[in-house]
Design a protein around this ligand. Sequence first.
Ligand code: ZN
Length: 228
Amino acid sequence: MGDGTKQAPCIMCARVTAHHVLARQDRSDDDVRDVYYFLACAGCGAVSMADIWNAGGQDEAAYYPSPISRKPPEWLWKLRFLFGDSERPLGELLHEIYEAVQGKQNRLALMGIRAFFEQLMIAKVGDQGTFNANLNKFLEEGFIAKIQLTAIKHILESGHAAIHRGYKPVEHDLSTALNILEAITETIYFHEQEAKEVAARVPPRGSVVKSEGSLPPHLTRPTFPNPS
Ligand SMILES: [Zn+2]
């Protein structure tokens, strides 16, 4: 591949993509070939920089910002900027968790995930005094299903081990914890809102929606008033 395009990791696409070379700065000397590239992802347009050098062996590369293995959820900015005072700190914390994930600071990320669950539960059901009491109340009030309770307990336990017992989570465990955190947060803050919007568009029982294509009266089912 020539200098017109280069393969490089894109932080927005979260994978290696073709990049257009916007500018090139050669800092090579007699011993080391060292070239800096200013790049734009050919897919999404995100701009980054690459330093590619070779001191006699294989090419080596550093990228700025650092490549990411996991993309933050698309709703993260909404949690940071569109919700009220009790949710904004959750958005800020999740943003920092992703910064830690990107920097491969797995222990910090896991501690952050534990703190996130604690704050999420307190925001929704108030502080019941202990982690377990918060978790039980969270379940009782229907924010999570029983099957998620066990998963959260495992995450909280691994977060506790990271804080107190020097446990270093592998990337896969961290990814599982993030999947669970994202699924629960999305259900609570976004699916509920979306469901309300759907409900607002559905005509109440007993009302008839007239349209040009509606069936003649003898072919439609009778409607009854809502018994509630
Ligand atoms: Zn991209």
